[in-house]
Design a protein around this ligand. Structure first.
Ligand code: SAM
Length: 396
């Protein structure tokens, strides 16, 4: 991270999400062609190029699914992927949207990806679990990332995907196979293993040592009694070497606070050692999360323009042209490849500007209780920035 000219302050996240060169082909050609081939109601349409009429036809499912995702659902989520209309809607719109979040998180935590690759090289195979994989969103984002960023030989890749809905896993398999065939660097290198299982039963079916593990937007979909999942986490964390476990959830309070409480339990149950080196992000300390309950919650927004003509059209029709990607996340580092120890004076900004009098005030993340902080005048601070305090830990 670059230092700004102001003492005691790291520059705001450099970040605008960046998209790999293959992204536009992926979202404008591969996804629409696959969705149309699999989900057109008429045989004669299936091999024709995706058109504006198709976009109009499939948009209804996108709109309905978007409403379903934003509704309060006290009884948990209905199994929407049983319905072909919603599988197709997810491929066309939500897959690019969620993949953009994974790419953004890869950008924010490059050390974790480096650890995954290093572990994969040592093992001569990258074993990657994607739990609640849906159409393999996280795995696809990883392949796009590795195509763009790995200049040398890519090791063999074995994917282990699980989900309660098998048809959407098959859609993901088709996409990953087409993507891998398109690029010589990936051709004949990718092997896919599928299981139809709830997430809390999936760990024992995974290989003993994984290079990277994803849980994307799945934990918020099922209200799981703790006793059903309590064996899952230690088992998963034990297997998660290399780049550790990345969990991404919506930016909403309920899903974010679930992640915060899970994080606290992983520490307090000794699933992970009590050091910030067991977390890639967003936390810089290993104390209790100050936002695990109450009014505020830990979430981030990153300025983004997601490339893709069809995606743009769908966003406009939903009345929400995307300027940001928003998410909550927890990236647990592995014991074998821990994250670097953050400087003792570094703090994560966990609020937007709180309007309080003339001085801008922000919340900084500290164990148990967030600290109010006024940035030096003239410095613009964003939620998610890392700032450096002048007096450091001796202050608390
Ligand atoms: C919003 S989709 C996310 C898919 C993909 N991981 C992504 O990030 O785009 C949620 C996925 O979780 C799956 N799911 C819901 N409840 C589940 C459970 N109890 N165990 C495993 N998967 C589940 C759904 O079938 C769906 O594929």
């Amino acid at each position: 991270m670059m230092k700004s000219k102001k003492p005691g302050h790291f520059t705001p996240r450099v970040i605008q999400s960046r998209f790999p060169a293959a992204w536009t082909w992926f979202v404008d050609e591969l996804i629409p062609a696959t969705a149309k081939k699999k989900y057109s109601p008429k045989e004669s349409w299936k091999e024709k190029p995706f058109s504006k009429e198709d976009a109009r036809f499939f948009f209804k499912g996108i709109e309905e699914l978007s409403n379903l995702f934003t509704e309060e659902r006290p009884k948990g989520m209905v199994p929407y992927f049983n319905h072909p209309k919603y599988r197709c809607a997810y491929l066309l719109y939500f897959l690019p949207l969620q993949a953009a979040k994974f790419l953004t998180l890869f950008e924010l935590n490059p050390g974790a990806l480096k650890a995954a690759l290093q572990h994969g090289r040592e093992q001569k195979v990258l074993r990657i679990a994607d739990i609640g994989a849906g159409p393999a969103t996280a795995s696809l984002a990883f392949l796009l990332w590795i195509l763009e960023n790995e200049k040398g030989e890519i090791p063999r890749i074995e994917f282990y995907w699980s989900d309660t809905q098998s048809d959407i896993l098959k859609d993901g398999k088709e996409l990953v196979e087409s993507l891998s065939n398109q690029f010589p660097k990936l051709r004949d290198k990718v092997e896919i293993h599928l299981s139809t299982l709830p997430w809390w039963k999936s760990a024992s079916r995974l290989p003993d040592e994984l290079s990277l593990t994803f849980l994307g937007h799945v934990l918020n979909e099922s209200a799981v009694p703790t006793q059903m999942s309590e064996a899952f986490w230690p088992d998963l964390i034990d297997r998660a070497s290399g780049g550790g476990v990345l969990m991404v959830e919506p930016a909403a309070r309920k899903s974010s606070q679930y992640l915060s409480r899970l994080r606290n339990e992983l520490f307090s149950n000794d699933c992970i050692e009590n050091t910030p080196q067991r977390i890639w992000g967003p936390c810089l300390h290993a104390g209790n999360c100050p936002l695990a309950e109450g009014r505020d919650w830990c979430h981030f927004s990153v300025p983004t323009k997601i490339p893709g003509e069809w995606f743009k059209g769908f966003s406009e029709n939903l009345g929400s042209e995307r300027q940001w990607v928003k998410f909550s996340y927890l990236w647990v580092a592995s014991a074998s490849h821990p994250a670097p120890l953050p400087p003792a004076t570094a703090r994560r900004v966990i609020s937007d500007t709180l309007s309080q009098g003339l001085k801008a005030t922000h919340l900084l993340c500290e164990p148990d209780e967030a600290r109010k902080w006024n940035p030096p005048s003239g410095v613009r601070i964003w939620r998610g920035d890392v700032v450096k305090l002048s007096k450091g830990r001796e202050e608390f």
